[in-house]
Each structure stands twice: as C-alpha cells, then as structure tokens.
Design a protein around this ligand. Structure first.
Ligand SMILES: Cc1cc2nc3c(=O)[nH]c(=O)nc-3n(C[C@H](O)[C@H](O)[C@H](O)COP(=O)(O)OP(=O)(O)OC[C@H]3O[C@@H](n4cnc5c(N)ncnc54)[C@H](O)[C@@H]3O)c2cc1C
Length: 477
C-alpha cells in the first residue's frame, strides 16, 4: 500500500471530469483487498471520509472528496466460460482486448472506454451505445466482492432470502427491499436507462435476490468494490452502420423508423461539435447535407446480408450504408470523441457545462425531450450542444455557460430545476448513465418520493458513520 501525501499528486486527484475541484487530505494506492480494508479502517479511524476512484472520468462530481482518495491499482482479468472476473482497476479497453482473443465481449462501452475502469463502470451503472440492445453495466453484473465502511469484506451474488439471513446486514437489506416491492416498482422511472439513486428494482429476480446490484450505481457510497464478475457474450459475427442526417424537428420520426430495425445502437451526433473543435475532417465523409445532426444506426447479428433489406425499410431517410469494418470503426471512433471535443469547447468564458447533460425519458418521448431542452435553452437565450443515445431517449445536452459568474451558475440551477421537473412528469430520470454525484444529489429525494427513505436506510445500514463518499447521491446523511 502506498500513501500519497505529496501536494502535486494530491492535486491531480482533486479533479474528475466534473465542475468542482476538491483537494483530498490523503490518498492511498492499494494492491489487494486486504489493503483496501486496511486503508478504509485507517482513514475512518483518522476521521477521514473515503472516496474510491477509478479513471476519474465521472461528470457530476463523484470521484473527488476532502478525505482520503482510494485508488486500486489492481487490474487482473480472469475468464470463466461465460463470465469475466475483474479487479476494479481494469480499464475497459484492456478488458475488450482480452475478451476479443476469445471472440467474446462485455457489450457496455462508455465513450470513455479508453480510460474508465470496471470499478467506476459498476459504481456508476455505466452504459454505452449498445445498451439499447444489451443493457447497462447493472444488467451484466453477476457478482461482486466489496469492502464495507468498517473494513469488512463481503461477497455478493444471486442468493435466496434464506441464504442472506445468515448475515445481519444482508438479512436487513434483503427484508427492506422485499417488504417494499410495490413502492419500489411504482417509483422506478420508465426510461430504459437510469443511474439515479440505488437501483432497488434490479435486486429482486424471482426467488433470488441480486444484492450485488445495489452496488451498481452506488457511486462509492455503500462500500468499495474489490472484484466484479461480469457476464460476457459471443461477439456478433457481423455489423453494418446506417448514417442518416436530420434536423432536430425531424429527429423523432427518423429515430422511430430506425427503431423498427431492432438496432444494436441508435445514436445522435451533433455536427457542430466537430466544426467548433476544428475536427470536421473526422466526420466529413459521412455528411451529405446541411442538416445539423447525424443519426448512427448499427445493426448486428450472426447472419449478414440483412442490411439490404433494412435499407429498404428506412429508404425514405436516404441513409449512407457502411459495411466495411474499418469504415464502421472509424465512424464510431469519431462519435466517441464527441464528449471529449464538447468538453473542450470554449466560447469567450463560456463552455458546455453539465447539469441537464444526461436526461433520459421513455423512448416514445424522445421528441418531447428534444422540445423541452430546446425550449429551455432558447427561452434563456443560451447556445447549446445536444447529442446522445437517441434509441434510449437519453440525451447529452449542455448549455454554454460561465459558471464562475454567479448569475450564470444560477441559470444552470434554474435549468436543472425546470428540466428535472418535466422529465419526472414524463416518467424519466435526471440521469441515464452518468449518476447523481454531488451535482444532482439534492434532487434525488424528488425523483424517488416514495423510496428515497429506503435509500437512506440502506446507506445507514451499510455505512452508519457516513465514511463512504459523503455528499454524493445521498445528500442528507
Ligand atoms: C469523455 C467522456 C465520455 C463519457 N462517456 C460515457 C458514456 O458513453 N457512458 C457512460 O455511462 N458514461 C460516460 N462517461 C462518464 C464516465 O466515464 C463513466 O461513468 C465511467 O464508467 C466512470 O469510470 P471511472 O473509472 O472513470 O470512474 P471514476 O470517475 O473514477 O468514479 C466514478 C464513481 O465510481 C466510484 N468508484 C470508482 N471505483 C470504485 C470502486 N472500486 N468501488 C466503489 N466505487 C467506485 C467513484 O467513487 C465514483 O463515485 C463519460 C465521461 C467522459 C469524460
């Protein structure tokens, strides 16, 4: 175990991809589960909070804290027949490379896959373009090992209530969730993606309880994930990519038409981001009109040739069809760069800021979500960028604001307030994949009016002294 106390190294850990900078008092680099326990006990004993950290790519301020930052350097990968057991420091791109040797994959690829870790993906319930067909990280999480705030290690996986009753903590957690199934299902957003609150509705599966899924999306607030068992699949044998262009107002109809093809991915790309970043050459070959948006629709499977038939079905959209693997990969690479380019955009003192950057609504309401966002931005006279996962109606919209100006920070607060309220009315979530962090923590009780108290109770069971990532997700404790 290495203790970091040098100012330079601590400064590097005071930022993630969010808007707040918080200097930690100390940091640990740990090599084993035993060292994780030791570090957590030591920090808590010294009165410090503990913030687990992976790649530090999270957006709503989650992997920074004023106490101790815990970095797990461990990154071993162990394959079984249809799962992979990962240490938390495994970078997703490395996992992809390892699995591809066996013709397998774990289909959740956040755009940040080159630097985000399995620990961070599980803790944020991260998603990717192919979540539309294959689910988010929670859906792939078959088991986990965790270290709790008191330093105790726990193995979690599918278990019956009886099996969980041997341990007072898992017994209490299981009972709480089982006794409140009605409220849990009433409160769960109807969006296909959600990373807000604890994913209580994912825990019960027939006569089994998947308590490991409580940790999917827990953002380091319940304990430290020291190992994750993820389901893997055989890689589909072929894929094809349609690229169409659209105005914002034609978007809903185009997405609805593409959805009939049961695609593996259906994404919205904002062409202006590439122009503003001076990187137009990354997408110029895909563009044939002045329409401001591109729609990427990927089909995959084991039997090729279906793309011709599909092209007929969406012929009215006049899409470009890519079938060469090199061309498809290049197009996806460009799409994945959008957030990076967007984050680097600056106009005067203004830059694209998070807040309403991850709204998700039920898929049929995509048009309403676009209308809501555009209306809110235009009413305030704001420039904005807008792109995201159109198939899941999960949009990454960012207004350009200078948050160092108190009046503009207030504008961002107003936007969050107004947009979240409307999104909840639509049955959606204020975050489809990025999580609550510190930025959205104060809104979580309003997203879950009937079950937020259960989340607080679970937090108190797992972390009674509020050692783990305070201020993130569960703001009041
Ligand atoms: C350019 C860019 C593109 C992105 N694209 C996507 C995208 O397509 N889809 C998406 O879902 N997200 C995306 N994100 C958000 C982010 O990259 C993901 O949430 C990512 O999975 C976070 O992983 P990380 O290793 O960087 O985690 P970190 O940022 O280090 O941590 C994230 C959270 O997990 C907790 N945590 C980390 N490790 C552990 C552990 N071992 N035990 C318990 N808690 C832990 C932290 O405390 C924190 O709360 C993007 C971000 C950027 C900057």
């Amino acid at each position: 175990m290495r203790r970091i106390t040098s100012a330079a190294e601590l400064a590097a850990l005071s930022k993630d991809a969010g808007i707040f900078v918080i200097a930690p008092a100390r940091a640990y680099v740990v090599e084993s589960e035993r060292e994780v326990s030791h570090a957590v006990r030591e920090a808590a004993g010294d009165g410090l909070s503990v913030t687990p950290r992976g790649g530090g790519t999270s957006i709503p301020t989650q992997s920074v804290g004023s106490g101790a930052i815990l970095v797990q350097a461990r990154a071993s990968i162990r394959l079984t027949q249809d799962t992979v057991v990962c240490e938390p420091g495994v970078v997703k791109a490395d996992l992809n490379r390892e699995l591809s040797k066996w013709g397998r994959w774990m289909p959740v690829d956040p755009s940040s896959y080159a630097s985000c870790t399995v620990g961070g993906m599980v803790a944020n319930n991260s998603s990717g373009a192919r979540t539309l067909k294959y689910g988010s990280t929670a859906d792939s999480l078959a088991g986990a090992r965790v270290v709790l705030a008191d330093g105790r290690a726990l193995a979690l996986g599918p278990a019956t209530e009886e099996a969980l009753s041997g341990d007072p903590l898992t017994r209490k957690a299981a009972s709480l969730i089982l006794e409140n199934q009605k409220e849990i299902s009433e409160d769960a957003p109807r969006a296909t993606k959600n990373s807000s609150g604890y994913r209580l509705e994912k825990v019960r599966r027939g006569s089994f309880l998947d308590l490991q899924k409580l940790f999917a999306g827990s953002e380091g607030t319940l304990g430290v994930i020291t190992e994750a068992t993820l389901k893997t699949r055989l890689r589909p044998k072929w894929r094809a990519l349609f690229v169409a262009e659209s105005t914002l107002h034609e978007l809903d109809a185009a997405v609805a038409a593409f959805r009939t093809l049961a695609p593996s991915a259906l994404e919205l790309v904002d062409k202006s981001v590439f122009r503003s970043a001076g990187r137009w050459e990354r997408v110029s070959r895909l563009s044939r009109s002045d329409d401001p948006f591109m729609i990427f629709c990927e089909l995959d499977g084991d039997d090729g040739g279906l793309e011709e038939e599909a092209a007929g079905a969406v012929g009215g959209l006049d899409p470009l069809l890519l079938t060469d693997e090199g061309d498809i990969s290049a197009a996806w690479e460009a799409r994945n760069e959008t957030l990076t380019f967007a984050q680097d955009m600056v106009k005067g003192g203004r830059r694209p800021v998070p807040g309403v950057e991850d709204l998700a609504v039920p898929p049929g309401a995509l048009g309403d979500l676009v209308e809501l966002l555009v209306g809110q931005f235009e009413r305030r006279g704001l420039e904005y960028i807008l792109y995201g996962h159109a198939g899941d109606a999960n949009l990454h919209a960012r207004p350009l604001l200078d948050l160092s100006e108190p009046s503009e920070a207030k504008v961002n607060e107003g936007l969050m307030e107004d947009c979240f309220e409307e999104v909840w009315k639509m049955g959606g979530s204020m975050t489809g994949e990025h999580g609550d962090g510190m930025l959205r923590a104060k809104y979580v009780p309003r997203q879950y009016p009937r079950t937020y108290h259960l989340m607080e109770e679970l937090k108190a069971m797992f972390d009674p002294k509020v050692v783990m990532n305070p201020g993130v997700k569960i703001a009041r404790t």
